[in-house]
Design a binder for this molecule. Structure first.
Ligand SMILES: Cc1cc2nc3c(=O)[nH]c(=O)nc-3n(C[C@H](O)[C@H](O)[C@H](O)COP(=O)(O)O)c2cc1C
Length: 196
């Protein structure tokens, strides 16, 4: 059975950290594309793939994002080479004829109440956001995920007139390892899991 080698496990998990300080090295658009082109293969319910991403890279786009950032996230986000807005399309079912063509999957979702659709979009776009972070690490980027921002302001600035809402944002770049805080502990298998 194939398994990842130790270096890959370090890259994706054991040595992967949440970064707050960035080296002065730009992120190529091709690298963002490479990360998305891996992340898109992660599983979602009925392949609904609700994730929609805006890569905030230009100074003008960063200025548009700025008023939505909580104070503690402001400086590091403005300094990051790229900030990804991980959004979710609440009308994800519109793309199911393309994404799940073997049955009329759109019919399963299109008449559901808004709050149920939003829960489904949140669950699946959060999974895709996590796939995206792992994919970004796999192509050599570092990540700084954040929920400390005003979602309504981000939605008004970047998703006005659409059915897309922001889920979380994530700084991307090449992190400065010298500026990392010590790693916090994680729950052990015994603390978090049981086998029945
Ligand atoms: C969804 C999400 C939201 C987060 N929001 C913030 C935030 O608003 N501000 C912040 O400084 N860190 C935020 N973090 C960073 C976490 O505190 C950090 O990922 C966690 O402590 C693990 O750190 P490590 O990856 O270096 O071990 C967030 C992380 C995630 C995954």
């Amino acid at each position: 059975m194939p398994t990842a080698d130790q270096a890959t496990l370090d890259l994706l998990f054991r040595a992967a950290r949440t970064h707050n300080a960035w080296l002065p090295k730009p992120v190529e658009d091709a690298t963002l594309r490479a990360a998305y082109d891996l992340a898109k293969f992660g599983a979602t319910s009925a392949n609904m793939s609700p994730l929609r991403v805006v890569f905030v890279k230009s100074a003008a786009a960063k200025e548009k994002l700025k008023p939505a950032l909580h104070e503690g996230n402001l400086a590091k986000t403005m300094a990051a080479p790229v900030t990804a807005i991980l959004g979710m399309d609440i009308r994800f079912y519109e793309k199911l004829p393309q994404l799940f063509p073997q049955v009329d999957a759109k019919a399963w979702f299109k008449d559901l109440p808004e709050n149920i659709l939003e829960t489904m979009a949140l669950r699946n776009s959060s999974l895709q956001g996590a796939y995206f972070m792992l994919a970004a690490r796999a192509v050599g980027l570092d990540c700084g995920p954040m929920s400390g921002f005003d979602n309504a302001k981000v939605d008004a600035a970047f998703f006005a007139g659409t059915t897309i809402k922001s889920n979380f944002i994530c700084n991307l770049g090449y992190g400065d390892p010298a500026k990392l805080y010590p790693r916090n502990p994680r729950l052990t298998f015994e603390e978090a899991c049981r086998v029945e």
